[in-house]
Design a protein around this ligand. Structure first.
Ligand code: AMP
Ligand code: ZN
Length: 141
């Protein structure tokens, strides 16, 4: 029994060391994951965290992130497919719970062209009661 408990503690310590390696000391979202910066949490499990965007651009606007530090979607690898799929699967449920019950929009700004500002993969989940603005203004022809 005591041996089992010790094994549990050792496993937990190994898991904590692994998590630490997987996070970037200076990344703002990693700091949120570690609880060093507060957030308005929407959802959390072992792999992902969702929290309200600090500067919302829609009545419902939260961010869904993997806890592992992956800078951009371009740098995601096959090993990240499971967590990215999980995020896609969670988005509709969390959007509904936040009040976006008739559709929503997912945005993953990626890299320079995508104007990604925080270099830790995140999905913006946007919605509200009324339709959102158009995705991007169409160039005039
Ligand atoms: P992006 O331009 O796609 O990299 O978006 C980064 C998003 O992170 C912006 O919408 C910011 O408002 C949001 N953001 C930055 N810092 C925080 C924070 N501490 N808590 C919540 N949202 C944040
Ligand atoms: Zn990070």
């Amino acid at each position: 029994m005591a041996a089992n408990r010790r094994l549990g503690t050792a496993k937990q310590a190994a898991l904590n060391r692994f998590r630490k390696r997987m996070q970037d000391a200076s990344c703002i979202f990693c700091r949120i994951v570690r609880g060093e910066i507060p957030c308005s949490k929407v959802y959390e499990d072992e792999q992902v965290l969702a929290f309200l965007d600090i500067h919302p651009i829609a009545p419902v606007h939260f961010l869904l992130i993997p806890k592992e530090h992956v800078p951009t979607l371009s740098e995601a690898r096959a090993v990240h497919e499971a967590v990215l799929g999980k995020m896609m699967g969670l988005a509709p449920r969390l959007a509904r719970e936040q009040g976006a019950d008739d559709g929503f929009r997912l945005i993953v700004n990626t890299g320079r062209v995508g104007r990604q500002e925080v270099l830790h993969v995140h999905m913006h989940v946007l919605g509200g009661k009324e339709p959102l603005g158009s995705m991007l203004p169409r160039p005039k022809t």
